[in-house]
Design a protein around this ligand. Structure first.
Ligand code: 5RP
Length: 232
């Protein structure tokens, strides 16, 4: 059911893509549906150049015959289509459940528009039920972790700060070679201030709050796909 809904949202976003566009490709299971459907259109003659947000998406897109470029060659994209872990009523997001938040944010920020595709389980009243991914440099991990713990405590995190993958043999490593700390908030009352405070820590590379970046969301519900617009 959920995969069907994700594919429906992806199909709606696909209608936004026209020949000649430069398109950022997101990461995750919903974005994967979009790349699949885009591959079908490319096989039928749609002429687009794409910048992927992860090695996994890069591989998938190349396998489908989609033309891939990068942000050295193209410094501006028309649109990025990506998934999200949480979407609030103002279309602020938590992303990074798949660990691709840094490239996702760079690509989205280089795009004229960011379109999010999701099923309705991702809609929330306030961000923070999904653990916030915070990407950190490996160097100085202990000191960075302590500084991040202080910031998240000051922002009233209700749960632990967890090094992603620490419960397995090796921690999770991002495509950029960094680590991820997941912060369990429950509810983030001031995302803008939290964003600033996290980015003030030298070892923090990026975090998964995407504030005021998403212009439109296609959210698939059992009753059809809803279109949510950012009015700002
Ligand atoms: C990856 C992401 C994904 O877009 C997010 O985790 C949603 O994934 P899915 O579509 O599989 O639910 O931010 O870093």
């Amino acid at each position: 059911m959920s995969e069907t809904l994700k594919r429906q949202a992806a199909a709606m976003a696909l209608a936004e893509i026209r020949s000649g566009m430069r398109v950022g490709l997101g990461t995750g299971s919903t974005a994967r549906h979009f790349v699949d459907l885009l591959g079908e259109k490319v096989a039928q003659g749609l002429d687009v150049v794409c910048v992927p947000t992860s090695e996994a998406t890069d591989r998938q897109a190349r396998d489908l015959g989609i033309v891939i470029s990068d942000l050295e060659t193209l410094d501006r994209l028309d649109v990025t289509v990506d998934g999200a872990d949480e979407i609030d009523p103002a279309l602020n997001l938590i992303k990074g459940g798949g660990g691709a938040l840094l490239r996702e944010k760079i690509v989205a920020a280089s795009s004229g528009a960011m379109i999010v595709i999701a099923d309705s389980s991702k809609l929330v009243e306030a961000l923070g039920q999904f653990p916030l991914p915070i990407e950190v440099n490996r160097f100085g991990l202990g000191a960075t972790r302590r500084a991040v713990a202080e910031v998240v405590a000051a922002h009233k995190a209700q749960g632990d700060l967890v090094l992603r993958g620490a419960d397995r043999q090796d921690p999770f490593v991002t495509d950029g070679g960094h680590l991820i700390l997941d912060a369990f908030f429950g509810r983030i009352s001031n995302p803008e201030a939290l964003s600033r405070d996290l980015l003030d820590i030298p070892g923090v590379v990026q975090h998964g709050l995407f504030l005021n970046m998403c212009s439109k969301a296609y959210v698939a519900t059992p009753d059809g796909v809803k279109v949510l617009q950012n009015r700002n």
